[in-house]
Structure formats: C-alpha cells, structure tokens
Design a protein around this ligand. Structure first.
Ligand code: NCD
Length: 305
C-alpha cells in the first residue's frame, strides 16, 4: 500500500483509490492559502532534498509554514549525506531531532517507501527517480478540475519525455483512475510501446498533431537531459516533430489548456509563445501546488482540512 493510512505517508498514486484521490483534492479546495488553518502548529516538517528543486520545495515549505509548522531544509550537499551517511541513517537522525513528518526527493525510485517502512513518521514523496511524483499529479488533477469541472472523459495528450518522467507516471495513474482519456505522444525512446501497460485504456501516437487534435488538456514535459545517458536522441529532430507550437495548439479544442510541471525549457518542448499564451496554465499549476500540499500534509498527521 503506498499511502499508509495509519501514518499518512504519501508514496505514490498507483495504489490510491479514486476515492482517496478525490478526498485529497476536496481537502485542497477547502484550503485557503491566504487564510491557512493552523493545522501544523508546533509540528516539525523536514524537507530532505537529494535533487534540485524550485517549485516543489518552495511550495512544500510555504504550505507547511503557513499552517504553523517549523520547517528544516536538509540538502544532500552540505549535510552528512556528502560524508556517505545512508538514507535510513539520515532518516533516523531527523526522527531523533524531532521530525513529525519528512518530505523527501531522491534520485532513486523507492527511496521514500524505504524510509516509510523503517521510520515512525509520515513520509511524503516529493519525487523519487523515474518512479512517482504524487503531489505533482494531485496538483495537476486539481488544475484540470478548476478548468474542466470534471476529469472523467476529459481528453489529455501527454507529450514528450514520458519514459524518464515521474510526473508523467503519476499523472497517468491519477488521470486514468479518474476516467480521463489519455494519449501518450513522443518518439519511441521517450514513449516505449510498453508504456501502455502502465494503465488501462492508454493510447500511444507518434504524431503530435494526432495527439493534440481535439484535446482538452496538453501536458508537455521537460526533456530530462540529466537522465539521457547512453540514449541517441536528436534534440533538433525532437523540436521539429514534437515541440508544442501555436500552430499545433490550434488543433486542440479552443478552450484547451497547456500544462507543464516545470522547469520549462523554452524553445525545446514548447515555444515561448505557447508558454506565455492565455491557454497556458503553467504558472497556475505552481500556485495550485500550495493548497494541494497543505492538504497532503494535513492528511499526513490525520487532520485533513
Ligand atoms: C519535475 C520533477 O522534478 O520531477 N519538476 C517538478 O517537480 N515540478 C519535472 C522535471 O524536472 O522536469
């Protein structure tokens, strides 16, 4: 089980039921970041980041602090992790200094699950390798709901480096569980045929025009250069065939939204114009990360708002 009900850990979307997902989304809707409920007053939240982060880290911190928590940031550089301390020993250390909750981002899949297995405090996965990024999927679901009122039947095109993307994996689980029609699009290196086995009803197309035509939501992803070792991918070819441009966006529904978890690389997976166009929900996604993470952390200590 990925969400440990007793301890409130959130390790992934794969094993959550649609009801559990909706419960978090509803709780997030009740969260007002301008009038935050003091549900974490006196709690110590540790943000343990072994990988770079801007949005995820800052929104967890803002969400925790605004609900009254004390937050402590531990980065792999500058901590005992550099000296070779193991993940679990670092976890035991944070627990010993009084952690009530640990939010962790790690380059290896399964790192948060390992911590949750051995520690007595809830663990929240802020992205583990190429595995899952559950709070990103929840904030994406929240964003789609705000625009489309429902997720059931909504046509979503996920375009880009899906293979390396924990964001895509969590989004695929969440969207298919809630009844969206999901099409995956990209070259075989980024979207292997095997990807359809992730969830029932997934469709793959190699043509971006085909993926976008009639879509309600276009979710594009960063090409994860740091995870491309050994792969023969021509970025020039990728841009020519898969970049989201204004001309391609016109194939989608008029009220379609463009999403991206960030960081965006303008001129690669999407053009400058698309990033800044009125249909872009990219900045709004970041904003929605705050109430969603408030809900996830309130849930972690059994105080869903
Ligand atoms: C993503 C991540 O780190 O998984 N960013 C995020 O959390 N919003 C996506 C990426 O790095 O491309």
């Amino acid at each position: 089980m990925t969400m440990n009900a007793a301890r409130g850990s959130l390790l992934g979307i794969e094993h959550l039921s649609p009801d559990e997902i909706f419960r978090v989304l509803k709780s997030a809707r009740r969260m007002n970041p301008l009038k935050p409920p003091p549900l974490l007053r006196g709690k110590r939240v540790f943000l343990l980041f072994y990988e770079a982060s801007t949005r995820t880290r800052s929104s967890f911190e803002v969400a925790a602090k605004s609900m009254g928590a004390m937050t402590t940031l531990v980065l792999s550089s500058g901590s005992s992790i550099e000296k070779g301390e193991s993940l679990l020993d670092t976890g035991y250390t944070l627990q010993a200094v009084g952690a009530d909750m640990i939010v962790v981002r790690h380059p290896h899949a399964g790192a948060p699950a390992l911590m949750a297995k051995y520690l007595d405090v809830p663990v929240i996965n802020a992205g583990d390798g190429m595995h899952e990024h559950p709070t990103q999927a929840l904030l994406d679901g929240y964003t789609i709901l705000r625009h489309k009122k429902t997720i059931k039947g909504v046509q979503v095109a996920i375009v880009g480096d899906i293979y390396h993307s924990r964001v895509a994996r969590s989004a695929i689980y969440l969207l298919t569980k809630l009844g969206a029609k999901v099409t995956l699009c990209g070259p075989p290196e980024f979207v292997p045929d095997l990807a359809t086995s992730l969830a029932p009803g997934l469709r793959i197309t190699r043509t971006v025009e085909d993926a976008i035509r009639g879509a309600d939501v276009i979710m594009t992803l960063r090409v994860q250069k740091e995870r491309l070792a050994g792969m023969k991918v021509s970025l020039q070819d990728y841009v020519a065939r898969y970049q989201i441009t204004l001309a391609r966006l016109k194939l989608a529904r008029k009220d379609a939204i463009v999403m991206h978890p960030g960081p965006i690389i303008r001129g690669l997976e999407l053009t400058w114009e698309v990033a800044d166009c009125p249909q872009s929900a990219i900045v709004e996604e970041v904003k929605n990360g705050v109430p969603v993470r408030m809900a996830v952390m309130a849930r972690a200590i059994g105080r869903a708002g």
